[in-house]
Design a binder for this molecule. Structure first.
Ligand SMILES: Nc1nc2c(c(=O)[nH]1)N[C@H]1C(S)=C(S)[C@@H](COP(=O)(O)OP(=O)(O)OC[C@H]3O[C@@H](n4cnc5c(N)ncnc54)[C@H](O)[C@@H]3O)O[C@H]1N2
Ligand code: MOO
Length: 426
């Protein structure tokens, strides 16, 4: 990784003439993550009951055809349609019975039928299953009046998956429906990336645990609970978490210890320009290499990233909304690359604003927004507060994502198209 400074192209539109030259655009920062960060190498085999949220290190191929054999899609009677001469009704001798999980030796040559249940193998000679609602039964004889088409109610072997067919690509983060597909393919164990080891250092002398007694100038810590929950939802292992004092020596020790045991150290706070902001000096003292240092974004301008030896570092701002926004945009991107997750397409889509916007231009603004419905053209509409306050969280639970207001935009009419990035669950 090389130390990089600025700023060549407007990228996502975050760049503005009055933006300090040390800041880069959102898309430039994301491009640096994509270019300079590599997945953590180790992989491990996990059984499906432990696979939720894990990232596939190898593709999953089907071990056999699915279904593995022709079988009944309905409870009813297996018959040979070729034996139905002339016009019905036809009477057939019921000569066998086959349930799911059983085999049958019954042969259905001639006017014969077998009682069959959903999932049971189709007996030799049969080529259709007639639902039991469509026949009458009298002792060992069943009668049907309508001619079934050959193949009716039969699930053909391999019609879902061929043997050896690709089921899931590597890089896929496994969700419940992926695990269902693995199970159907017979893949009881899958090869995955190991879970990321993340250390969390929340700085600030003013912080107390939520609900604890506090002095008048102290505040309850939002970032530790926020990031602990976010990392758990993202499937990372938190190998260390601590509060950090606003002191250079203390932070050097804590960040150094954490870097020795984690793939990624996340800090919050202490990253701006005041005398109490010691995170970047501590990072420098540890020999850290900078990936980016500040993004032309509001909120979250000081967000930074780099590497201490082989361990990555993400410095989030202290203001909780700024921490959440930068976690969503840069933290999740970093986690995905480190975790070997393949990312398809853009995280953003276009939506329409439900009110006019008037704002101070300068930095690209990422404003929490709520999906409020669709307009007459079927486009998604978002509603939002009239400003973004980087320390305010009251509106956050109602929001569904972030709308991107380009740096130079001073006003937008109601109905304007803007980019929108939905929040990840984590
Ligand atoms: N002279 C300047 N001052 C500031 C600038 C600047 O460019 N020049 N940038 C401002 C911006 S923008 C931001 S964002 C903040 C970022 O500051 P830090 O990341 O160093 O964060 P702190 O100063 O430590 O804290 C900021 C704010 O957030 C509160 N905080 C911190 N941690 C937590 C937490 N875990 N839970 C709840 N609240 C937290 C902290 O008390 C401060 O109020 O800097 C601006 N200043
Ligand atoms: O970038 Mo800061 O997040 O405005 O508060």
């Amino acid at each position: 990784m090389t130390i990089q400074q600025a700023i060549s192209s407007p990228g996502c539109g975050c760049y503005a003439r009055d933006t300090p030259k040390t800041l880069i655009s959102i898309d430039q920062a994301l491009a640096r993550i994509a270019t300079h960060v590599a997945p953590v190498g180790c992989t491990e085999a996990v059984t499906l009951d432990r696979a939720l949220g894990r990232v596939l290190a190898h593709p999953v191929l089907s071990l056999s055809m699915a279904p593995a054999f022709d079988n009944a899609a309905m409870d009813g009677y297996a018959i040979a349609t070729g034996a139905l001469a002339g016009n019905g009704p036809w009477k057939l001798q019921v000569v066998g019975r086959v349930a799911a999980g059983r085999e049958t030796k019954a042969s259905l040559a001639g006017k014969r039928a077998a009682r069959i249940f959903t999932g049971a193998p189709i007996p030799d000679g049969a080529d259709a299953v007639v639902k039991q609602e469509e026949v009458t039964r009298d002792g060992d004889v069943m009668q049907l009046t309508r001619r079934p088409a050959a193949g009716l109610n039969i699930r053909r072997a391999g019609s879902d998956m061929a043997k050896g067919a690709p089921v899931l690509d590597k890089g896929r983060r496994l969700r419940p429906r992926d695990i269902a597909a693995c199970a159907a393919a017979g893949a009881g164990t899958v090869q995955t990336r190991r879970r990321l080891r993340v250390a969390l250092l929340v700085t600030g002398d003013e912080l107390r645990n939520p609900g604890d007694l506090r002095d008048p100038a102290q505040i309850w810590d939002v970032n530790m609970p926020l990031l602990t929950a976010s990392l758990a939802a993202a499937g990372a292992d938190i190998v260390a978490s601590a509060h950090g004092a606003d002191s250079l020596a203390g932070l050097v020790r804590q960040m150094g210890d954490m870097a020795a045991q984690a793939d990624l150290v996340i800090t919050t706070g202490g990253i701006s320009v005041g005398e109490e902001d010691h995170v970047k000096p501590a990072f420098a003292k540890l020999g850290g290499e900078t990936l980016f240092s500040g993004v032309a974004i509001k909120p979250g301008k000081p967000v930074s990233a780099g590497r201490i030896g082989n361990t990555h570092w993400l410095g989030l701002p202290g203001n909780p909304l700024a921490a959440y926004v930068t976690w969503q945009v840069f933290g999740m991107a970093l986690l995905r690359v480190l975790g070997g997750e393949a990312v398809k397409g853009s995280a953003r889509r276009l939506v329409v604003t439900d009110a006019p916007i008037s704002r101070k231009p300068g930095r690209c603004e990422l404003r929490p927004a709520t999906l409020a419905g669709v307009d007459a053209h079927g486009r998604e509409v978002v509603s939002f507060d009239d400003a973004t306050h980087s320390a305010r969280l009251g509106c956050l639970p109602m929001a569904d994502g972030l709308m991107f207001l380009p740096a130079n935009t001073e006003s937008l009419p109601s109905g304007a198209l803007v980019e929108f990035q939905p929040f990840c669950q984590s």
